[in-house]
Design a protein around this ligand. Structure first.
Ligand code: MN
Length: 155
C-alpha cells in the first residue's frame, strides 16, 4: 500500500479495501453455487494464503478433497459442514482443520449468508471432485445424503 503498512481496512458487509470479490455463477454441475471468494492475505514470506469464502443462503462450496490441509474459522452466519463421514453445524468463530484427502463441503443451510476464513499453503495440489460412483458411496451414509440434498438431519 502507499503508506507501506499493507493495512487494508475492513469495509461493510465482509469486504476489505483493495480486495477483489470473485463471484462464481450458479453452476451446480461444477459443484459450487452462489459463493464468492476474496484473497485477503497472500505473501511468499507467510507461505500461506488467507481467503474468505461466502455463500448466499442455500449456496454451497464444491465437494472436493485434496492432499493439502485447510484451517477454517467461520466468520459469518451458521451452516453445515461435511468433513469425511461427519456432518456438523458450525457458527461464528468455530474452528476446524480439514485433514488431507478428506471429502469436504460447506453449505449455507440456515437461510442466511454463511462465510468462513480458510488458510491454505501457497503451494498445494488441485482439488479432486467425486466421481458418480464416489457420490453413490457417500450417499450410503444417511446424514451425508441429507446434507447433499440441502436438508441436514442435525439441527
Ligand atoms: Mn478444499
Amino acid at each position: 500500500m502507499t503508506d507501506g503498512t499493507n493495512l487494508r481496512p475492513a469495509r461493510e458487509d465482509f469486504r476489505w479495501e483493495s480486495v477483489e470479490v470473485l463471484t462464481y455463477k450458479a453452476e451446480a454441475d461444477a459443484g459450487f453455487m452462489a459463493i464468492t471468494r476474496q484473497v485477503l492475505l497472500k505473501d511468499a514470506g507467510l507461505a500461506c494464503e488467507l481467503r474468505y469464502f461466502e455463500m448466499a443462503a442455500g449456496g454451497y462450496s464444491s465437494l472436493e478433497r485434496h492432499l493439502h490441509v485447510h484451517g477454517v474459522m467461520i466468520l459469518r452466519g451458521s451452516g453445515h459442514v461435511l468433513i469425511g463421514d461427519s456432518v456438523r453445524k458450525m457458527g461464528p468463530r468455530d474452528l476446524v482443520t480439514i485433514p488431507p484427502n478428506t471429502w469436504h463441503q460447506f453449505r449455507a443451510t440456515e437461510g442466511e449468508p454463511f462465510g468462513f476464513l480458510c488458510m491454505v499453503n501457497c503451494e498445494r495440489d488441485r482439488p479432486q471432485l467425486p466421481t458418480p460412483a464416489e457420490i453413490t458411496e457417500l450417499r450410503k451414509t444417511p446424514a451425508i445424503a441429507a446434507f447433499l440434498d440441502g436438508r441436514p438431519l442435525t439441527p
